[in-house]
Ligand binder design. Structure first.
Ligand SMILES: [Zn+2]
Ligand SMILES: [Zn+2]
Length: 71
């Protein structure tokens, strides 16, 4: 699996992707984060499972995005 940060997010000419001086606060610039997701088992018990996914705050770029458009 390729875990390198993306070059750029979905925005064309994104001003945040064009700069390298600000690393994403949420993933420390890695473009990946490891949140805990709630998992419900058959008895209705909630347990927490740690997953790794693309950082949503920077769209996996590892660069700070202070306002990412929804969607
Ligand atoms: Zn961007
Ligand atoms: Zn990030």
């Amino acid at each position: 699996m390729d875990t390198r940060p993306r070059e750029c997010c979905a925005l064309t000419d994104c001003p945040w992707c064009s700069r390298d001086d600000l690393a994403c606060h949420y993933c420390s610039g890695s473009g990946r984060w490891r949140p805990e997701m709630p998992v419900q088992d058959g008895d209705g018990m909630i347990s927490w499972k740690r997953v790794e996914e693309e950082c949503r705050m920077c769209t996996g770029t590892g660069k700070a995005h202070h306002h990412v458009a929804a969607g």
